[in-house]
Design a protein around this ligand. Structure first.
Ligand code: FPP
Length: 259
């Protein structure tokens, strides 16, 4: 039992890098990893009597603004929820519009990301997408893989439960091959099989548009993330709004279960 408690404490400490020492949390300066549930494109368009695609187009502009601001603010990682594994329930025309915007975004913005040293990563079951989009995504990730700047991670066909199921399947395969003993499976083994493996621990999770739920986004990673909700619709979100969220984060007292 004592060994387990100790190993859990060191997992928490290592999961938060320098901010938790000997299981005791210290005040944080700024988040390393921020994730955003970009919600409200449809309502933004509706308010203007525009079609939903106009809201998504304005959402892409917000992605550009916020990605640049995140780099300027020194974030190590910005993860953006662009298309969930549940978004397939939307009308086919809207799904096609979103896929078109994502395709165009990667094609048109990859040069700027690369020039700025950004590493582009896609999380989620993106391999199930259209083969030409998979090729584009993998090309963009390979091209920027050697960069040493921040990571911009796009969650595509992403669902946290699906991510955990896929991780569990890979762990079960390791057990079946005799590479891992079931009773030895620990937090680090699961962390290492998630799509976010290798990314800094999630510090701050933002959701726009006033909705107060996580919608199957980064459920494991959010275990000790600070949550920040704003009424701003995603197309209205910008660097200033990101700065306000970071200021709010710096005011939080993070204890990671300690005192
Ligand atoms: C939620 O708004 C937003 C989405 C489901 C898609 C997010 C996509 C983008 C911001 C554009 C593409 C992204 C990238 C990375 C290029 P909603 O449509 O559910 O809005 P509503 O709740 O007001 O209807």
């Amino acid at each position: 039992m004592a060994t387990h408690v100790q190993s859990n404490l060191s997992s928490i400490a290592s999961a938060d890098g320098a901010r938790a020492v000997d299981g005791v949390a210290t005040p944080s300066s700024g988040p390393r990893h921020v994730a955003i549930i970009m919600d409200g494109n449809g309502r933004w368009a509706k308010k203007r009597l525009l079609p939903r695609i106009a809201g998504h187009r304005a959402g892409v502009e917000a992605v550009r603004r916020v990605a640049r601001a995140a780099q300027d603010m020194g974030l190590e990682c910005l993860t953006l929820y662009a298309f969930s594994s549940e978004n397939w329930k939307r009308p086919a025309s809207e799904v096609a519009d979103l896929m078109g915007l994502l395709r165009h975004f990667i094609q048109s913005d990859i040069d700027e990301f690369h020039a700025n040293g950004v590493r582009l990563k896609v999380i989620g079951d993106y391999r199930a997408l259209d083969p030409s989009l998979v090729t584009l995504i993998e090309g963009a990730m390979a091209r920027t893989a050697g960069n040493s700047g921040p990571v911009i991670a796009i969650a595509l066909n992403y669902g946290a439960q699906d991510e955990m199921v896929r991780a569990a399947q890979r762990i079960a395969q390791k057990v079946a091959r005799g590479e891992l003993v079931a009773s030895d499976i620990g937090i680090a083994d699961i962390d290492g099989e998630l799509d976010t493996s290798g990314l800094p621990p999630l510090d701050l999770l933002i959701r726009t548009s006033g909705e107060l739920r996580l919608s199957n986004f980064m459920l494991w990673q959010a275990a000790y993330a600070e949550l920040y909700f704003t009424d701003l619709l995603w197309p209205d979100f910008d660097g200033q709004a990101l700065g306000q969220a970071l200021d709010a984060f710096r005011m939080r007292d993070r204890r990671f279960g300690g005192l």
